[in-house]
Design a protein around this ligand. Sequence first.
Ligand code: SF4
Length: 211
Amino acid sequence: MSGKKKPEIYAPRIPGGVITVPKLKELVQRLEKAGAKEVKLSGELIFILGEKRLSREEENNLPYPASRYEIPGVRGVKVCSATTFCNRNLQDVLGLALKLDELFYGVELPMKLTIGLAGCSRSCSEPATKDIGVIAQSQGFKVSIGGSAGFYPSIGKEFATLKTPEEVIRLVGRTIEFCKAHGRKMVRLGKLVEEKGDDFFQAFLASSESK
Ligand code: SF4
């Protein structure tokens, strides 16, 4: 466990997660005055614009591009509060999540692929319900494959225990290659692996290793 002192936090309970822009501004200003420098968003941040669409230029000038939900492919990597304000995290999963997001977010696939990381087995970010779930252990990372929510919810199956972040990155990269090669529209990874068989999936990952 990290020996870093846990920073003080304030997590406002916003019913339904809906807040007016003036109240959001007020909250930010008051907490900034109180010393807040960063905010950890646990869900999506969605601005409700009314009837006017943003022009392409307005959108391009915003500091962050819009999330792409409608296009199949690798979704934004989800991660628990570890490293930012939870001192129970056993590895730097935030750093790993950011790296995975940088490398793989938006890679186009026939289906959607979700990735979730948690800093310990409490699993606050629910990695077992992601196509690829990663849970930090004191000696590395436990990886599960095939979780999903949606129409046919399932819990990912424990697949590997890896020692380093680099091994996790490699496994995620190979799994994405597997989805590119064998994925089909609307068929999630767990179903795909079930159809092809665990041995086939393992062999695919191993064969990619030598390339
Ligand atoms: S999963 Fe563990 S490390 Fe992450 S926020 Fe929950 S308790 Fe903290």
